[in-house]
Design a protein around this ligand. Structure first.
Ligand code: GLN
Length: 539
């Protein structure tokens, strides 16, 4: 197996994850089998317990691992199958080392950062490569910025690992920022030089430097970076701000032939140039769509670009599929509570209520669902959004006054959403929700089944604690709510829909984790199609 290690310098939020994922795309299009993983130096065991304000979206894998949102980019940009093995945090590393120490596995030795902690990190790379013998290239991205104290052990482990597997099998890529100083009218290379110097101090010489720039990278600066950072001139690669969509990133990196530089370094130079036509066509559809729809996303973390990352990406995939630009308006549901749904949401072609936790803004979300239902505006509820739709229907159609989820009102008279027995005693908050892929049955004749191409079983990823309360199932169905899917094992309600409505669907799972550029998720595709119809009707 060959290895690519991607580090970041100068500042965070550089697009290091996108750079790594884009290299994955390019190598896959050269016919190579690629797998990606992320190392995160923070002490949380996983990001599952972190607030979206801290961390953005928590991305869930098939096996239920709650991971960094960069794994979402990896799954959307490459086809490698990811598992909890593909996201390692310092929290996991130390947890494992300390458990081994308590079990006496170090046979009386003094347990130290080097070699014991670094061995633990190297073991993870080794384990992933051994478990995936058919993979040609493993790309590992290291979170954080070179120079951070907490990243040091990971970098040291990579240095050792490269030595062990042979440097000819490893490519180190360092992603840095070239700031543009307006007053001087110049792009500055000094922070990049210093960041590379930091890497070299710990024994890592990058093979390729990816320079994030707003504008182009001129020849003088390329030469300067090459000389001061001790890399060949051709290995200084520009990574410009893309104009329209992140899916342009692989195409941008291809301009300096990064994939060729990488394969030459790791001895895979015989692979053909990437055939990117399918990717280019997708990008063209994103950039030059024929139609336009406006969709309101009504959530709690709307000011945060990263909190609903996979949902926004899924809307782009579905939009491209229908040759449609999806304009997203972010709606603060607390504002709905103060001013009413009509005045805050206004004229939109679709309303999406995403997942969430805690009761802030939930009454506003319920009003958003009511507004969509009554005005026949397409509605798509995801996880909490499905629970919201259920509560709204119970209150306003079935007349169950005060119906609620016990998450928001422990003493509600009508707990239409509640905890399952096995969740009641749970005290640990980490990794204890209903998580990961789960099979459910689709009922023929429903809108959902039609969207899934009349399949009778589907696999979707979950991340929630509360469930549709089966005690209310009959009552809600009598009032007209259609249950279109239940879990195969426990019979838990997975999808609800309304028949006399252009599109009103709530899914207890997270379809946004399974949408890809040329393969939009069927529920998102259906939602965008219905929104487009709505837009055309209103025009
Ligand atoms: N808070 C809800 C639950 O735990 C919904 C979770 C979500 O939307 N991911 O069930």
């Amino acid at each position: 197996m060959k290895y690519i290690f991607v580090t970041g310098g100068v500042v965070s939020s550089l697009g290091k994850g996108l750079a790594a994922a884009s290299i994955g795309t390019l190598l896959e299009h050269r016919g190579l089998k690629v797998l990606m993983q992320k190392f995160d130096p923070y002490l949380n065991v996983d990001p599952g317990t972190m607030s979206p304000y801290q961390h953005g979206e928590v991305y869930v894998l098939d096996d239920g691992a709650e991971t960094d949102l960069d794994l979402g980019h990896y799954e959307r940009f490459t086809s490698g199958v990811l598992s909890r093995m593909n996201n390692l945090t310092s929290g996991q590393v130390f947890d494992s080392v300390i458990k081994k120490e308590r079990r006496g596995e170090y046979l009386g030795k003094t347990v130290q950062f080097i070699p014991h902690v670094t061995d633990e990190i190297k073991d993870r790379i080794r384990m992933v490569s051994e478990n995936n013998p058919d993979v040609d290239v493993l790309i590992t991205e290291i979170g954080g910025t070179v120079g951070d104290m907490e990243g040091l052990l990971f970098l040291e482990a990579l240095r050792q690992y490269a030595l062990e597997v042979g440097k000819e099998n490893v490519c180190f890529i360092h992603v840095t920022l070239l700031p543009y100083i307006k007053a001087a009218g110049e792009v500055k290379t000094k922070p990049t030089q210093q960041s590379v110097a930091k890497l070299r101090e710990i024994g890592i010489q990058p093979d390729i430097i990816i320079c994030r720039t707003e504008a182009d990278l001129d020849e003088d600066n390329r030469k300067k970076i090459a000389m001061f950072c001790n890399v060949e001139r051709k290995n200084v690669v520009a990574f410009r701000d893309v104009a329209h969509t992140i899916y342009e990133c692989p195409l941008d990196l291809r301009r300096d032939k990064i994939d060729r530089l990488v394969v030459d370094k790791i001895g895979l130079g015989h692979t053909p140039a990437p055939a990117l036509e399918d990717w280019e066509r997708f990008v063209q559809r994103v950039i030059h769509p024929k139609h336009k729809v406006t969709i309101a996303v009504a959530g709690k973390y709307i000011e945060l670009q990263d909190a609903y990352k996979s949902i926004y990406e899924s809307l782009i995939h579905a939009g491209a599929h229908h040759d449609t630009k999806v304009r997203i308006v972010r709606v603060d549901t607390e504002a709905i509570e103060d001013h009413g749904a009509k005045s805050v949401i206004g004229d939109v072609d679709g309303i999406l209520v995403p997942g969430g936790f805690g009761d802030r803004g939930t009454e506003g979300k319920i009003q958003a669902a009511q507004y969509a239902r009554e005005n026949k505006i397409p509605y798509f509820g995801i996880c909490l959004g499905m629970q919201i739709a259920t509560i709204e229907f119970a209150r306003n159609v079935c007349g169950l006054t005060g119906a609620n989820s016990t998450e928001f009102d422990k003493t509600t008279k009508h707990p239409v959403i509640c905890l399952q027995e096995e969740q009641k005693g749970v005290e640990d908050m980490g990794a204890t929700m209903r998580l990961g892929s789960c099979e459910s049955i689709l009922f023929a004749g429903t809108k959902a089944a039609e969207l899934y191409g009349n399949k009778d079983r589907i696999l979707e990823r979950h991340r929630h604690r509360y469930e549709f309360n089966s005690d209310y199932q009959d009552r809600l169905q009598e009032c007209g709510l259609v249950i279109s899917s239940v879990s195969a094992e426990e019979g838990l309600v997975e999808i609800v829909e309304l028949p006399d409505h252009p599109f009103f669907i709530g899914a207890q799972f997270h379809p946004e984790f399974q949408s890809k550029p040329n393969f939009p998720h069927p529920l998102f595709a259906g939602f965008v199609a219905a929104s487009l119809e709505h837009a055309q009707k209103m025009a």
